[in-house]
Write a protein that binds this ligand. Structure first.
Ligand code: ATP
Ligand code: MN
Length: 290
């Protein structure tokens, strides 16, 4: 069996093309995560985590995994959390690059943390708005939507950050000082989304159940729920072309063409050339939910 060592972690079958023929290999995925770990870990570490594992590669069957197993690797850690039914279960978290790479060895491609940290899972430390444009919505409109949310958050004294999802849309994230419950945070986000929809009912929709979304952007505020996740910055997506969810400066989003504008290669180049985190301040801002 072929193997290589990346960041001290044995990666088997490094030559396997995990994004289809001619695409990045498992070894390149491991090298990617090792290279971007300094930028990725501040957001990812010490949060309950779901991973998307793709044993047959991104073109095969992938699955979300949230529960811990010893087989994931010695640096993939477990945190005991209460589930909806009141039972305790062990969830995954990582706090270093070895944990990330061991998950890659287990064919993880995507990393999806909670909006709270393991030491206080019931107290979210950020708000997230996920903008999901219907097919055919112009990128300009997605950019406008993200800016609109940014302005509305700013009106409440909340600075926010933006990332491309690696898919169709953008995520707007505002860090908050811990304290409010999930229910309070979700209510705040729902109100903000509803106000946006009330002002521009032809552009935005905030109800997950509504079928009629043609030409509109769904403002998904439901990520602000205990146990809900969103993809972390710098995570690959198990989609064609190996796109990456990318933390951006606000003035960068207009220059993209889609939420999938960054792929593995472009993200790697960005990681190596970056002088400062585009999300600098996200962990240190002291913002209070109104
Ligand atoms: P896009 O821009 O294409 O919408 P996205 O990452 O925002 O990309 P969504 O489908 O909008 O994808 O989902 C938002 C988030 O919800 C994801 O980032 C992921 O963390 C979580 N999610 C989506 N589908 C599942 C699922 N089947 N199981 C668990 N979590 C999921
Ligand atoms: Mn989305």
């Amino acid at each position: 069996m072929s193997a290589t060592v990346v960041g001290g972690v044995t990666i088997t079958h490094p030559e396997r093309e995990v994004f289809g023929e001619g695409g990045p290999t498992k070894g390149e995925v491991a090298a990617y995560y090792e290279a971007v770990a300094p930028w990725m870990l501040p957001e990812l570490r010490d949060r309950p985590l779901s991973v998307v594992r793709c044993p047959q590669g991104a073109t095969g069957q992938c699955f979300f995994q949230k529960h811990h197993a010893d087989s994931l690797g010695p640096d993939v850690k477990a945190v005991t959390l209460e589930e909806k039914d009141g039972e305790a279960a062990e969830y995954i978290y990582v706090d270093d690059v070895r944990g990330v790479l061991e998950l890659v060895q287990m064919n993880t491609l995507e990393f999806h943390p909670w909006g709270s940290r393991i030491d206080a899972p019931d107290q979210p430390d950020r708000l997230i708005f996920d903008l999901d444009p219907a097919s055919g919505v112009a990128w300009k409109a997605v950019v406008a939507g993200a800016r609109e949310i940014r302005e509305r958050l700013a009106a409440h004294g909340l600075e926010s950050f933006v990332r491309s999802s690696g898919g169709k849309g953008l995520h707007v994230v505002a860090p908050i000082r811990r304290g409010p419950s999930w229910v309070q945070v979700k209510a705040f986000c729902e109100t903000l989304a509803d106000e946006l929809v009330a002002d521009k009912p032809r552009a935005y929709i905030a109800e997950a159940s509504k079928a009629k979304r043609e030409g509109m952007i769904f403002i998904d505020w439901l990520r602000n729920t205990r146990g809900a996740t969103s993809v972390t910055g710098w995570s690959l997506r198990a989609r064609p072309g190996a796109p990456v969810a990318m933390p951006l400066h606000w003035d960068e989003i207009a220059r993209l063409k889609t939420g999938g504008a960054f792929d593995l290669k472009r993200a790697l180049k960005r990681a190596k050339g970056l002088e400062a985190d585009p999300w600098e301040g996200v962990a240190t801002l002291k913002q209070k939910l109104p």
